[in-house]
Design a protein around this ligand. Structure first.
Ligand SMILES: [Mg+2]
Length: 437
């Protein structure tokens, strides 16, 4: 064991460790372990009852153990006596196949065997809202086109600065913060890195933003569409694949066809994602609410900034995939509810399938997808709701082969229950529209 957590605790003044895992619904679960007990936990893991989280287990299952990854350690910048650890789930001495971090690590191993190392950056949009979630926190933030609004950005400077300073101290190399397209919405960008590191940081970022917002008397939400008339919270990912040394970007190059600075490998990978995008939607857009962000009517600002179809283009934000620059592409489908590990596992699994099958995504489109779709033929639309998306995932041979039956079965089963719960709930809309039938 190269990193001794007990020793790290003594050196850095850590009193407690959060041994955490993310379940299939993306919920972050933890045990708070005093430093005096970390030795045993590092070796054997912290025990959890799997049924108590969103995992496909029953109360009769034996204990599940979260074995922390010492490489993931992050000391809480706002509470440095506590350190956070991501972990992998084990039961009966074997990894839990239907768990998100284990699933991503399997895909990374597959990529490694092929000589590939995926690097990603994520853009986690969020809203700062009031405590009960009924409105945005800043009542003065009212412009119809509030994107990049300096005055509204600076009114939230104390929160933004505390989060950005924390990322600087943690060595994440943050480089910009802005007010996004919805009132009360913000985005903060830090450097891209290996997919597992980015996924761990994505988990921690959500925890950190929520915690620091609470310190300032607010609440932060990553909900895909918290307000129906405003732009929703996306979680775009910038994707590239490198050689195993991490020095050569294998997506860089130009196959001569389209002049967008992407290699043939990048187009195959992109083609794999396009081929399975409708089946991936249940993973990328995992809540009932997610479908109010994609396929949405125009917002107050003039655009939703989210896709409704499976298309790609150059530097054009109306497509599901944008190629903003040489050597990478941006996948704009995922939202703030996407599971940080499962979304990366899905991207990599389908990208590798595209490479294996030599998929050709066709030519990029240079049209405004919000206005000019009547000129298009033969393109696929995204599913309209969570149930349609789950049915596509359930019947996807590709995703079953790539991610395994254990994971797909567990995910679809739990999410379908979630859909049923939503369907059986009588809404005010139904009463308003049906009482006088
Ligand atoms: Mg954005």
């Amino acid at each position: 064991m190269s990193i001794n957590l007990s020793q790290v605790a003594a050196e850095r003044g850590i009193e407690y460790f959060l041994i955490s895992f993310v379940d299939l619904f993306g919920h972050l679960r933890s045990k708070l372990v005093p430093a005096r007990a970390i030795d045993g936990m590092q070796k054997d893991g912290a025990g959890f009852a799997g049924f108590a989280a969103w995992l496909d287990m029953t109360p009769a299952h034996p204990d599940m153990f979260a074995i922390p990854d010492p490489e993931s350690l992050i000391q809480l910048p706002w509470k440095p006596e506590v350190a956070w650890l991501a972990s992998d789930l084990y039961m009966d001495g074997k990894p839990v196949e239907a768990s998100p971090r284990v699933a991503l690590k399997h895909q990374l191993d597959k990529a490694k065997a092929l000589g590939f190392r995926m690097k990603t950056g994520v853009e986690c949009e969020y809203h700062l809202i009031n405590e009960d979630g009924s409105n945005i926190a800043d009542s003065k933030d009212q412009q119809n086109k509030p994107c990049y609004d300096q005055q509204s950005l600076m009114r939230q400077y104390p929160v933004i600065k505390q989060i950005c300073d924390a990322m600087i101290d943690l060595g994440w190399s943050p480089y910009q913060n802005d007010h996004e397209d919805a009132n009360g919405q913000f985005e903060m960008n830090w450097d891209f890195d290996d997919a597992l590191k980015t996924a761990d940081r994505h988990v921690f970022f959500k925890f950190m933003v929520k915690s620091i917002a609470e310190i300032h008397g607010m609440r932060a939400t990553f909900m895909p569409k918290p307000f129906s008339h405003l732009t929703g919270n996306g979680c775009h990912a910038h994707i590239s694949v490198w050689d195993l040394s991490g020095k050569e970007n294998l997506f860089s190059g130009d196959d001569g066809k389209y002049g967008l600075g992407l290699s043939s490998l990048a187009y195959q990978f992109l083609g794999g994602i396009m081929q399975s995008a409708d089946q991936l939607t249940a993973i990328f857009n995992p809540t009932v609410n997610s479908f109010k962000r994609i396929n949405a009517p125009r917002t107050l600002s003039g655009a939703t900034w989210s896709p409704d179809s499976i298309t790609y283009g150059g530097n054009n934000r109306t497509h599901m995939i944008r190629i903003p620059d040489a050597g990478r592409f941006e996948l704009r489908l995922m939202d703030g509810a996407a599971n940080p590990y499962l979304m990366q596992a899905g991207i990599l699994a389908c990208g590798l399938e595209g490479v294996a099958a030599n998929r050709d995504p066709g030519a990029p489109l240079d049209i405004n997808m919000y206005e000019q779709t009547e000129k298009l033929e033969g393109y696929k639309r995204l599913p309209n709701n969570l149930l349609d998306a789950l049915r596509l995932l359930d019947s996807s041979q590709t995703l079953r082969e790539c991610l395994g039956d254990d994971l797909i079965n567990a995910y679809v089963k739990l999410k379908k229950k979630n859909w049923d719960d939503y369907t059986y709930h009588l809404s005010q809309w139904e009463r308003d529209n049906t009482l006088d039938c």
